[in-house]
Design a protein around this ligand. Structure first.
Ligand code: DOR
Ligand code: ZN
Length: 359
């Protein structure tokens, strides 16, 4: 195939697959199929879908659902809660999750930790051999850095969106703290100006920011401060988005790789850097390695992002109408072709658990 890019095991370490009590927004089967169609080998699922993944029981429920339905490989986060659930941080739980997620600013779902003393209890209890991923915006970034300094638990800062946050994190890296940085495609390709057109379809947490903030994210990709591009795939139905109180969140699993390939085509990004951002660094940070027979083939051919071509259960994208470069043609996992550019070929439950074996 002429003009293709081969990605060795694309891993999206930040998705909200829904299922369970939020199956009307998306299902494990449907959203993992969207992951394969988007070119991903594996995804790591966030804990804020009810029943929240904050106890051994709800962890087992989610893992059983994924084991039965997932068509791509998967891991799940445990969630820290305001009501202290640190007693659940046993070796059994830690070995079955990709890490702990702490929500430190208000967003979709019930998992907000609003005070530093509670955050500190979670940091003291979670083992340094694993990792913590944080939702931290503006001043909260400094609050979390204080905990990283004190407890030395490797910490991934999700969806960083401002120039100021980047400054803090660059300094933290220079000081040798074990921190990594993720940015999302919506913050890289949309700004607050797009909210006027998109309305609720352009609302997520963190919100879209200024062009200067967006430039700072691209600079931070070039300079190596950013480690990962993560979709923060967070489907909500069009009816919910049209309501008086639309929930925050946008889908992204099927648009992230085409958008980044477009940046490669436009020479804003090298292909080597793109592969680091979507495969090699996420694999290193989250401690997983695909074999050589797990890879994605993307053809550098133009297309327009359209609702009709999306597989996500929510059926829309904030990037609709955009002309992009880069169609996912094939996804191979352990030597089996699981997506052929049109159809998902993997059956329900063929996706494997990356942490802790079969559920
Ligand atoms: O916009 C968001 N939506 N941000 C989050 O942190 C959560 C997510 C969701 O679950 O919908
Ligand atoms: Zn998220």
């Amino acid at each position: 195939m002429a003009n293709t890019i081969k990605i060795p095991g694309a891993l999206d370490p930040h998705v909200h697959l829904r299922g369970m009590d939020w199956s009307h927004k998306g299902t494990f089967a449907g959203e993992t199929a969207a992951a394969l169609a988007g070119g991903y080998w594996a995804v790591l699922d966030m804990p804020n879908t009810p029943p929240e993944t904050t106890s051994p029981q709800t962890l087992a429920t989610k893992r059983a659902g994924l084991a039965a339905q997932a068509v791509c490989d998967w891991g799940v986060y445990f969630g820290g809660s305001q009501a202290d659930n640190t007693a659940a941080y046993t070796p059994e739980v830690v070995s079955r999750v990709c890490g702990l997620k702490l929500y430190n600013n208000a967003t979709t779902g019930a998992l907000l930790i609003g005070d530093q003393a509670t955050r500190a209890r979670h940091y003291a209890a979670w083992p340094r051999t694993s990792r913590i991923a944080v939702h931290a915006e503006s001043e909260t970034v400094a609050d979390i850095l204080e905990l990283v300094r004190a407890h030395r638990v490797p910490t991934h800062f999700c969806h960083i969106s401002t120039a100021e946050e980047i400054r803090h994190l660059r300094a933290a890296k220079e000081a040798g703290l074990p921190v990594t940085v993720g940015v999302t495609p919506h913050h890289l390709f949309l700004t607050e100006a797009d909210v006027a057109v998109l309305g609720a379809l352009g609302r997520m947490k963190p919100e879209l920011k200024t062009l200067a903030d967006q430039d700072a994210l691209w600079d931070a990709i070039a300079s190596g401060v950013v480690d990962v591009v993560e979709s923060d795939h967070a489907p909500h139905t069009l009816a919910e988005k049209a309501s008086d109180r639309p929930p925050a969140g946008v889908p992204g699993l099927e648009t992230t790789l085409p958008l980044l390939c477009t940046a490669v085509h436009d020479m804003r990004l090298t292909v080597e850097r793109m592969i680091e951002l979507v495969a090699l660094r996420p694999q290193q940070i989250f401690g997983v390695r695909p074999g050589p027979e797990t890879y994605t083939v993307i053809e550098m051919t133009p297309f327009t992002i359209e609702r009709a071509n999306l597989r996500t259960g929510c059926g829309w994208s904030p990037f609709e109408g955009m002309s992009v470069m880069g169609k996912v043609r094939e996804v191979w996992v352990r030597g089996r072709r699981v997506f052929d550019g049109e159809r998902v070929l993997a059956g329900p439950g063929s996706g494997q658990s990356l942490y802790g074996g079969a559920a």
